[in-house]
Design a protein around this ligand. Sequence first.
Ligand SMILES: [Zn+2]
Length: 492
Amino acid sequence: MRKALFLMGMIFSLAGWGQKNPVAEINRIINQQETEAHLTFLAADEMRGRDTGSPELKIAGNYIANYFRQYGLKTVPGAEQYFQPVDLERFTPAKDASASIGDESFIVKESLIVLDGSEISWQGEFVYVGYGSAEELDKLNIAGKMVLALAGSKDADNVNKVFSASTTKYADVKARGGAGLVEVLTLSQFPFPALANFFMGAPRWGIKSGDSTIPHVWLKPADVKNISFKEGNQYAGKLEIKGLKRELIDGRNVVGLIEGTDAKLKNEYVIVTAHYDHIGVGKPSSGSQDSIFNGARDNALGTVALLQTAKYLSQYPTKRSVLLVAVTSEEKGLLGSRWYAEHPLVPLEKHVLNINCDGVGYNDKTIITSISLGRTTTDDVLKKAIKPFGLGLGGDPDPKEGFYDRSDQVSFASKGIPAIKLQPGLAKMDDEIRKYYHRQADEVSTLDFEYLTKFYRTFVHAVTLLSNEPASPFWIKGDKYEVAGKKLYNRN
Ligand SMILES: [Zn+2]
């Protein structure tokens, strides 16, 4: 009896001690051997660069799920056995295509680019709408007609803006029952052959967007300055697209849950993400026969941050619930995280924070980098989190590069969820980064495991403190995602 009481007392005091000394426990639980072991497995040559659609990416997914299982993480409905199915689509460009509209005709790659759609042999009326804003489209009856428009919008002055406005317009045309969208490019600063090669040179990837699809085509007019079409006019014409293939490929996000310990806060979720895919095998690098893009930094490194977080939190859960999600196909256009944000496993507004880890590369071992520094209310907690591990905190090294909007956190931010990105110290974009970034040289043998272990400890401490904070985080006033955040959480 006494012995039992003594043991009970010891268990309570141990639990209490652990809670009070998370730093000591993190140092004990997260160790360098394990860091090295995980990274060596995930970035090995035999994993062949973990490309989307490859068997090796499946093996990497199984590896992650197996550790979630070993650590006793819960599964979430919709992600049985820790896997959330992600419907990916591989789009093989058309082999042949042509259009004739009134007196003008267009030929694939020379003067015609197919951006979207499926095989088609269409004949009917083209209606010319100028730029064709949503309001303009509403005034016309475009159902069943091919919409002929100027590409992009009035104020789109570079090819990225044209593409973005064009994508929105395509969705508008689809929603209004149009037969397709055919746009005439007016900007000439980007050579047409380069555009054609970009969009039609190799297969592209996307997430399955629905069952029906309509053509989306860009044309190069004979005379850019004097487009012969007149607004409101209709032209008889034809559109043919041949040899275009759309294939469904099964993708998987790997999802594990550590339930929160606080009766109220456990209904709020911190979602920790890292992509586990990379870009596979390519041409051998010059000077060596190495054709494997191992992706040790990008992003075996971030994947291991998830595994370390799973290990620690399974022993010391936080007040809030934590979802650990290894997302697929970041390299093909943030596809896994976009899929999750469109098909969340708990209601979106219950996600209070996204913490993403994407390795890229590091060149300052005295800091960790938060690309999102200054954008959310999490900064003070982050500063507290890094202190015991002797590292400083750096921000976005080059905001005009647009790093923030180029990795998975943006899938959550654009829905309004405060989203931060933590990674090993990236002080500036220099040759030390370029030497490895999306190169065959991004090998595990070039990693500093001692520094990375320190990084992981810091990362896990940050997740712990942020998931225990009494108040949920939010965007700093004026941030570009603040409006989306207010809408998502119904805040004023
Ligand atoms: Zn990458």
